[in-house]
Design a protein. Structure first.
Lengths: 322, 413
């Protein structure tokens, strides 16, 4: 099987969905003629035309609102927001409207809309394009939050998102777009299941999205030092699969949670709290986390590297528990 | 301030009873000084203090209840500058403080010249000492749960986790080292002494056979040279100082360990930890049944008359029930001899966590081929029970071979 990239896997999922269902369309800034800020939708305009691959004005609140309207009207919109930073302009649409309409209408209306956005740092894009706010979205009932970290998940989870009757936010860590993989699924995956990406016995490294490759590398480093680490990929933040996390900790009795949010209020904090609630009696050491430094993301490469979680920190955190 | 705890005077000891205090509150204590007598299932043991200082307070009066190992008995104010050192203890066998992954190797040197008092073996600083009551014990949640399930008191367990936290591994180790659960032991204080000793032996031997994959080797050794030399040597000695053949065997068994040191030490934390010092645990059967195996410290370095004196002293004190705590806790190998009334061979059960046991049957006269002719020679069957996790039969065979060779040159023993 030929290799495809994470970016191509998302494109393949959108293409398949649009071929299968005339209600599906894509809109967002530069998704048409430019092919998307991260070239995810490159070539789709030629295949599906401007009616279904729609360039929008630079107005996140406006076009996300339009997506809600289209969904209420029976369409299946995919809305691409260039980065999670820009999605803050559309927070009102997402949190106050998309997430609430099913409840406020007593179940009469739903918003089957998929909002895709790039997130995360590591690309020298500075403080207005590089942050991680996935925990903010995971805070909100009424939307589902997916954080695919592998090429297979990029396709399988997006296909699943497109079958959901309610709004789904898909966060694509921008450093993952060029990552290659094979064996992409043809069918939607189940939403709400975490995955053990590497089995181990001594410590659980729990992570998601763009931090997964670093965490797997850390597990390799730990293995060289004789520490057998298990890596759990959360895959979806809401719903959150704590059974897999608790199952892992029942085996290892130690956990390091890795995410790229700022430590204060990070999603890692939520995972840690759940571990305390559900697995206190399994713990042999305090749960610790590795998060970003609490600074706006620096532009300079060395400073950005210093601000983001790195392999060495994950290794040190794990060893600190043994 | 340091608590003087009910010591663990052997792998099989779970409880003890305070019999006598040799110190009153306010009195000074020299390091290594005997300050109390504790009754165990096997004997009354003189217990030494490993802290120099002043006895502050006695917490347990003599003649009271049977108390679990680790119960605070008294409070000692350590001398300024004197580092409190852990007593030699089976609860914390000599493990170097260096954390994983390098296997710690313990090399306590015992410079015991003839006649010199045997100093306490230096034990490396433990990672953390058991804490005093009232002090907050850092115990991980799962370790706490597991300790409760096993009936272990977390305060008696040594923590090796970050910051001295007691972890699951620590609890499991403590559980392995204390095979008999505390609760039933404490619940049966009325059981008579003989039964308690049987229980202690049962626990230690069951643990040995459960955990230690034994291998057994045996060889028959011609003792004609050794016994002839002994007869000659004894002819020159006053009756009271005469040497017994058993002393030659102990000395040779100890010296042979220098050639095969892999058999001398302990199995701790999943690996063999060799001891440089050779403390021969001599199995002594007691009147009324049961046995103890107290140590002759530095047995390989003692001259034969000195060794003879030690053995005589040890047997007398073991039978009178007044052994020292250091003798009870630190044999690095056990030597058992069935003696005159025994049979030809003994295949012993290793006393955990030791690595080996050397056995001697009784000396018998047998037809023996030497230089193509058959003669009658005194021979003894020497056996080795080895822990196959630590050594293989090949090393064990080298040991018995060395033993044979040493016994052929008795004047060098």
């Amino acid at each position: 099987m030929s290799k495809i990239t994470y970016r191509e896997a998302i494109r393949a999922a959108m293409r398949e969905a649009m071929r299968a269902d005339p209600r599906v369309f894509l809109m967002g800034e530069d998704v048409g003629r430019y092919g998307g800020a991260f070239a995810v939708s490159l070539g789709l305009l030629d295949e599906f035309g401007p009616e279904r691959i729609r360039d929008t004005p630079l107005s996140e609140s406006g076009f996300l609102g339009a997506g809600i309207g289209a969904a209420l009207g029976g369409m299946r919109p995919i809305v691409e927001i260039m980065t999670v930073n820009f999605s803050l302009l559309a927070l009102d649409q997402l949190v106050n409207h998309a997430a609430t309409l099913r409840h406020m209408s007593g179940g009469q209306f739903s918003v089957p809309m998929v909002v895709r956005m790039a997130s995360g740092g590591g690309r020298g894009m500075a403080a207005q394009h590089s942050h991680s706010f996935e925990g903010w979205y995971a805070h909100v009932p009424g939307i589902k939050v997916l954080t695919p970290a592998t090429v297979a998940d990029a396709k399988g989870l997006l296909l699943a998102a497109l079958e959901e009757p309610d709004p789904v936010v898909v966060l694509e860590h921008a450093t993952l777009y060029p990552v290659e993989g094979d064996d992409t699924p043809d069918a939607p995956m189940e939403i709400g299941l975490a995955a053990v990406r590497r089995p181990g016995a001594r410590v659980s490294l729990v992570t998601y999205g763009g931090s997964l490759p670093k965490t797997l590398k850390a597990a390799d480093e730990l293995a060289k030092e004789g520490v057998d680490a298990e890596v759990v990929d959360l895959r979806t933040l809401r719903p959150l699969d704590m059974d897999t996390v608790v199952g892992s900790i029942a085996k290892t009795h130690r956990a390091v949670v890795v995410d790229e949010m700022w430590k204060t209020g990070s999603f890692a904090g939520e995972v840690m709290a759940r571990i305390m609630e559900l697995a206190f009696d399994e713990l042999d050491a305090p749960v610790v986390r590795v998060c970003s430094r609490e600074v706006p993301m620096p532009y300079a490469k060395h400073l950005e590297e210093a601000a983001l979680p790195q392999v060495g920190q994950i290794v040190a955190a794990a060893k600190g528990l043994l | 301030m340091t608590d003087f705890l009910m010591p663990k005077l052997g792998a099989d000891m779970t409880q003890g009873r305070l019999i006598e205090w040799f110190k009153k509150p306010g009195e000074r204590i020299v390091r290594g000084e005997v300050i109390a007598v504790v009754e165990t299932d096997k004997a009354n043991v003189d217990v030494e203090s490993w802290v120099a200082g002043t006895l502050q307070k006695i917490l347990v009066a003599p003649g009271g209840d049977w108390l679990p190992v680790g119960t605070p008995l008294a409070v000692i104010e350590p001398e300024a500058g004197a580092a409190a050192e852990a007593p030699p203890s089976f609860a914390a066998p000599p493990v170097a403080a260096a954390p994983k992954p390098a296997p710690p190797v313990v090399t306590p040197a015992v410079p015991a010249g003839p006649g010199a008092p045997v100093p306490a073996p230096p034990i490396p600083e433990p990672v953390s000492a058991p804490v005093a009551p009232g002090e907050r014990v850092p115990v991980s949640p799962i370790a706490r749960k597991r300790a409760a399930a096993l009936g272990l008191d977390a305060a008696t367990i040594r923590g090796t986790g970050p910051g001295g936290r007691i972890t699951l591994d620590d609890v499991e180790r403590a559980s392995r080292e204390r095979p008999a659960p505390v609760a039933p032991a404490v619940a049966a204080p009325a059981a008579d002494k003989r039964q308690r000793m049987r229980d202690a032996i049962a626990a230690a031997m069951a643990r040995s056979k459960r955990e230690i994959p034994h291998y057994y080797l045996g060889t028959t050794i011609d003792l004609s040279k050794a016994l002839a030399w002994l007869a000659e040597a004894n002819a020159k000695l006053p009756v009271a100082e005469r040497l017994l053949a058993g002393v030659l065997l102990i000395k040779a068994a100890a010296l042979a360990l220098r050639e095969v040191p892999e058999l001398n030490g302990f199995w701790i934390d999943g690996r063999a930890q060799r001891s440089e010092a050779i403390h021969a645990g001599v199995a002594i059967s007691l009147r009324g049944g049961g046995l103890v195996a107290p140590a002759i410290h530095g047995a390989d370095k003692l001259a034969l008359p000195e060794l003879m004196q030690r053995v005589t002293d040890l047997v007398a004190r073991a039978r009178a029930g007044s052994l020292k705590s250091s003798e009870m806790t630190d044999p690095t190998i056990t030597i058992t001899s069935l003696g005159e009334r025994g049979v030809e061979a003994v295949y012993g059960v290793i006393y955990p966590p030791q690595l080996a046991l050397v056995g001697f049957g009784k000396v018998v006269e047998r037809p023996w081929a030497v230089d193509g002719a058959v003669g009658v020679r005194p021979v003894v069957t020497a056996t080795l029970s080895g822990d196959h996790r630590a050594t293989d039969g090949h090393r064990g065979a080298l040991y018995l071979d060395a033993l044979d060779r040493l016994l052929q040159a008795p004047d060098k023993l």
